[in-house]
Design a protein around this ligand. Structure first.
Ligand SMILES: Cc1cc2nc3c(=O)[nH]c(=O)nc-3n(C[C@H](O)[C@H](O)[C@H](O)COP(=O)(O)OP(=O)(O)OC[C@H]3O[C@@H](n4cnc5c(N)ncnc54)[C@H](O)[C@@H]3O)c2cc1C
Length: 296
């Protein structure tokens, strides 16, 4: 397994902001990943699991950072009646599934197009868009728990909700099984419609980490941020996008401390104006104890 000491973590996040990581590992498969979990236990070092880094912003990480980027693969089998069984490894780009959906004219899941997630990260975040979420298609998840044992859990035994799942709290997703169904109507038109909406409403030319805050139902975080003057608001080289007020963008040499300042300012303003406490969707990881960490 490839490993690096004192690694530059900015390359592992889509917003290109990250500090130094004590140890960075790239497991080649399940055995490597189990070994990494066992190592973090034995050495009592926290472990941070990363997929595409498209919803994560990193400070310095004093522990073991594990990237699943090399654990990619997809296996598709017909189940009859227009259904497909899809087994997919955690580090596989979600795009491989949305492309499959387009080729095979599959219902719903094509709507998760246009964001640079891995399948493991999408399951952990219960990624969703345009009225659908990845958990709708899940049958089971194979994962390594924090004792280093591999388990398989059925979807019914896992609790998924809006941008939330039991992972990585209960362990690291190794792979999952999905069942996808053919659509009676062509999905291509709708796929193109969604692609156009994304182009118009999201900052596609700048490094970004997607939605910063969850939508505090029934409100939209982006609208609230716009109302309190955060759209385009800048601290150093980090700003809320001019295109989408809930997307943070890196305008050049954005730094982690700037992220903390701008996120704090946004939360303060929205609370003072509307009494609403915004909750981060993006995982802001700094030292041990933050979200996304498993401290053993
Ligand atoms: C341009 C853009 C548009 C976006 N649009 C959307 C959207 O429409 N809808 C949406 O839901 N999201 C969107 N996002 C956010 C992001 O793509 C999703 O949250 C995605 O699911 C994150 O996947 P990832 O692999 O990049 O995860 P990471 O950012 O690498 O990790 C996210 C979390 O998942 C955990 N994790 C990662 N891999 C595993 C694993 N194998 N096992 C256990 N835990 C794991 C991490 O520890 C972390 O807590 C967008 C992001 C960008 C940059």
């Amino acid at each position: 397994m490839e490993s690096f000491k004192d690694a530059d973590l900015s390359k592992l996040t889509t917003i290109r902001i990250g500090g130094r990581g004590d140890l960075l590992l790239f497991p080649d498969g399940e055995e490597d990943l189990v070994r990494a979990v066992l190592r973090s236990r034995e050495e009592e070092r926290p472990l941070l699991i990363l997929g595409g880094g498209s919803n994560t912003i990193l400070g310095d990480v004093k522990g073991i950072v594990v990237s699943t980027k090399k654990m990619s693969g997809i296996d598709v089998k017909p189940l009859g009646e227009g259904r497909l069984k899809v087994e997919v490894l955690c580090g596989t780009p979600l795009k491989e599934i949305t492309s499959l959906a387009l080729r095979e004219n599959l219902k719903g899941i094509y709507k998760l197009m246009g964001f640079p997630a891995t399948v493991g990260g999408a399951v952990a975040m219960n990624a969703g868009a345009f009225g659908t979420e990845i958990s709708e298609y899940l049958v089971s998840v194979r994962f390594v728990n924090w004792e280093g044992r591999v388990e398989v859990a059925k979807k019914e035994d896992l609790s998924f909700s809006y941008r939330s799942s039991p992972f990585p709290k209960i362990g690291v997703v190794l792979s999952c099984e999905l069942v996808l169904e053919r659509s009676p109507f062509p999905v291509l038109e709708d796929y193109k419609r969604i692609r156009e909406i994304r182009k118009k409403t999201q900052p596609i030319n700048l490094p970004t980490s997607g939605s910063t805050f969850k939508n505090p139902y029934p409100e939209h975080a982006g609208k609230l941020l716009e109302k309190v003057g955060m759209k385009g608001y800048r601290v150093g080289d980090v700003a809320f996008s001019e295109v989408h007020a809930n997307f943070l963008v890196n305008l050049g040499r954005g730094r982690f401390c700037e992220v903390l300042k701008i996120v704090g300012e946004a939360k303060r303003r929205v609370f003072e104006e509307f009494g609403i406490r915004l909750e981060e969707e993006v995982r802001i990881v700094e030292d041990s104890g933050s979200d996304g960490w498993k401290v053993l």
